[in-house]
Design a protein around this ligand. Structure first.
Ligand code: ASP
Length: 347
């Protein structure tokens, strides 16, 4: 009679022998890679920079950094030192970056340094920390070869700030940025901040990418909400709020009213929803609905938009208000701008 041990060994052998051909029949989802997705229509030019790296089989982490740098370097743009200042007339920058190994770096309340995303990357690579803020972040940047800029406002920001000062109320006003932008119309060379149809743009560039090796990374850079209180930090430099990457699942980033994104750990929530089997768009919608549920009335007056990609290179977005655009660049189409679906309809 066959011994029990021999029987088990035999059974295991025949199972594995059977399972090899079975596995090869299993249907694999097609993967779109490389692919890069950025917030807003201004993301199209940013994606083109990322593509210079991704298109040559470069790494997603390098692609998202150069993408963020390209908009940070643009004078009179809504991101970087050209962005709107705080209530005291000073531009303060927030940024974070995250790679496929969950390495991450972040800077917040950083002044007079042109490329906060690259400082964030240095924090990630050269320190045992994740986040540096204010004076300490600036000191670290200077020690690592970054130059101290003058701190002068861009022509656009100067004009907008002067306008804001006329009625400036020195208290946080939820929707002040949109109000100012509506009054002004048009902002920077990339895209108007305020569109004729009533939608509005924000000051954050979030970029997420999947490279040829199937690795995900993301970067998020901003001058934050215009005319914020001095010292205010939004969602953009906070891992899990403004940006989150999980190389097994996907990546997400956000733009809009940072306080509301922080409240729900927005991009972490989006990635967790993708882990639970939702598509990128469904996952973004769940995060948006979570924000609205907290205060449905207040949510009528602010904007938050999420974008996400998953490990297969599928992408999606969702926002509270209409007008949240996002840019997608992959090999076969050279880049396209889409309008995200939103919870509320056009007013
Ligand atoms: N999320 C940014 C912040 O709250 C602002 C924006 O996207 O416009 O600082």
């Amino acid at each position: 009679m066959q011994s029990r041990r021999k029987f088990i060994r035999g059974a295991a052998f025949s199972w594995s022998a059977l399972s090899i051909p079975m596995l090869s029949f299993a249907k694999k989802a097609a993967v779109t890679k490389p692919i890069v997705v950025s917030t807003w229509d201004s993301g199209l030019a940013v994606n083109a920079e990322a593509w210079k790296v991704l298109g040559k089989s470069g790494k997603a982490i390098d692609a998202v950094e150069v993408a963020a740098n390209s908009i940070e370097n643009t004078i009179n743009c809504c991101v970087g030192l050209g962005g709107n200042p705080d209530r005291d007339g000073k531009v303060t920058l927030d940024a974070c970056i995250m790679d496929e190994k969950a390495n991450c770096g972040s800077v917040a309340f950083l002044e007079k340094i042109k490329n906060p995303i690259s400082v964030a990357r240095k924090v990630m690579e050269k320190t045992p920390h994740v986040m540096l803020v204010g004076e300490g972040a600036q000191q670290f940047a200077l020690e690592n070869g970054f130059t101290k800029e003058s701190g002068a406002l861009s022509a656009d920001a100067e004009k907008t700030y002067k306008e804001w000062l006329k009625k400036s109320e020195y208290k946080p006003v939820m929707n002040i940025e949109q109000q100012q932008i509506k009054a002004k119309k048009g902002h920077g060379p990339f895209a108007p901040n305020y569109f004729e149809d009533g939608s509005f743009n924000h000051d954050t560039m979030g970029t997420i990418a999947l490279d040829n090796s199937g690795d995900l990374s993301g970067a998020c850079t901003t001058s934050g909400m215009g005319f914020k209180m001095r010292g205010r930090v939004g969602d953009s430099p906070i891992i899990g709020a403004g940006l989150f990457v999980d190389n097994e699942i996907g990546a997400a980033t956000s733009s809009g009213q940072g306080e509301e994104v922080i409240r729900v750990c927005g991009t972490h929530l989006v990635v967790e929803m993708m882990r639970a089997g939702k598509t990128p768009k469904e996952a973004c919608k769940i995060a948006v609905e979570r924000i609205i549920k907290i205060n449905p009335e207040k949510a009528r007056d602010f904007q938050v938009g999420f974008i996400a990609i998953n490990k297969n290179g599928e992408y999606g977005a969702y926002s509270i208000q209409p007008g949240f655009s996002y840019s997608v660049t992959k090999a076969d189409d050279g880049g396209k701008v889409y309008m995200a679906e939103s919870h509320f309809a056009k007013k």
